[in-house]
Design a protein around this ligand. Structure first.
Ligand code: SF4
Length: 359
């Protein structure tokens, strides 16, 4: 049994403009200790998925259907008390904006210690000592002295480290990181990502890492799911995704990663923007932006298919699937791009170059 199993999850938001189908029939799982990446542009449904796991979807949002099983138990059918005991304890979350996640009227140390006392039944002094230990582990200098500092006395990077400490304070089995480094500059970003990764190893914590940045996925994750318009469009082990991407949207995302040594003047971008989720384009919702779109793509919606056999991913248990008519044999043309792998690359960052119609 996987640690987390999400099955056919559908989440809608009822707005004045109509029903926003933010997440549509989403299925995925995360194993214990696994680092699972979720990538896509804004509006792909990544954050709504994460909030659903914690059952934090508020009105006008509504979880319409599906199951979210954590250690085999369906979170959606639990009582509010049962969910509260899991939230922050067995499943913790690191948000993008540390400032709003910290309460300005309590010291940083007290806030972390309070979470420990609540979930782990520590005495006041035990919680304080554990908190100081944890602050030191996430790289806060002079942790004992800084325990009593208020959030405004911490820099942005330190606030984010404090949030990581708070998330790890109850030794969760699953850590959801929603764009954890977007608000930080790149040098601090690299350090924070390294820390999240090594702490997750040390605590044997599974990670669901949500980002719009494929480079961040490459640094940390084992497997990745690419989302578009509330649906997964590609799922693969991380190396396969970088060296052999199968969905035109993934190829587009990869073409827009800046690379050292690339002599082109401009970064490639995906033309157009994420469609309005109230009124998705018919057929494949990526078709207005896809360089390989044909008429068939406007008529039928592709499901996730095993990229080798073209069989439905739900039936054959593949580890690499993509939702594109190219794999069901319904395209007359071909996905005309190629990926060149830079074997000399010493880093974990994507080393592949895309050539073809996506350029
Ligand atoms: S189904 Fe058609 S439009 Fe959609 S990704 Fe494949 S080729 Fe592009």
């Amino acid at each position: 049994m996987a640690l987390l199993e999400v099955e056919d999850l559908t989440v809608n938001f009822y707005t004045q403009d109509g029903t926003v189908n933010a997440v549509d029939n989403l299925t995925y799982s995360i194993e214990r200790g696994e680092k699972f990446g979720v990538v896509g542009e804004s509006g792909a449904g990544k954050s709504v998925t994460a909030l659903s796991l914690m059952r934090l979807i508020d009105s006008p949002g509504h979880i319409e259907s599906g199951e979210i099983r954590f250690k085999g138990q369906d979170i959606l059918s639990m009582s509010e008390d049962e969910v509260r005991s899991i939230r922050g304890n067995e499943i913790a979350m690191i948000f993008q904006d540390a400032q709003t996640a910290l309460n300005p009227v309590y010291s940083v140390g007290e806030q972390i210690a309070e979470a420990m006392r609540h979930h782990l039944d520590y005495s006041k002094s035990e919680a304080k000592e554990e908190t100081i230990d944890l602050l030191a582990k996430v790289g806060i200098p002079e942790a004992r002295k800084r325990y009593s500092d208020y959030p405004h006395e911490f820099s942005g990077g330190m606030q984010q480290r404090a949030i990581i400490a708070m998330a790890l304070s109850c030794d969760p089995d699953l850590l959801i990181c929603d764009e954890p480094t977007t608000a930080l500059d790149v040098t601090i970003e690299a350090k924070i990502l390294e820390e999240i990764e090594s702490l997750a190893e040390e605590f044997d914590t599974a990670i669901q890492l949500i980002t719009h940045d494929l480079g961040v996925i490459a640094e940390i994750c084992d497997r990745v799911m690419v989302m578009y318009g509330g649906k997964p469009v590609e799922k693969a082990p991380v190396e396969e995704l970088f060296y052999d991407p199968k969905h035109p949207y993934t190829v587009g995302l990869m073409s827009s990663i800046p690379r050292i040594g690339d002599s082109t003047d401009r970064l490639q971008t995906i033309p157009g923007k994420m469609p309005d989720l109230v009124e998705l384009p018919p057929g494949c919702s990526f078709h207005p932006r896809c360089p390989y779109a044909e008429e068939a793509c406007t008529l039928s919606e592709p499901e996730l298919l095993d990229t080798k056999t073209g069989k439905p991913a739900s039936e054959v248990g593949t580890n690499h699937s993509a939702a594109c008519l190219a794999y069901s044999g319904d395209l007359t043309g071909e996905l005309d791009y190629s990926v060149t792998v830079n074997e000399d690359s010493k880093s974990n960052a994507p080393a592949s170059q895309i050539t073809g119609d996506n350029q």
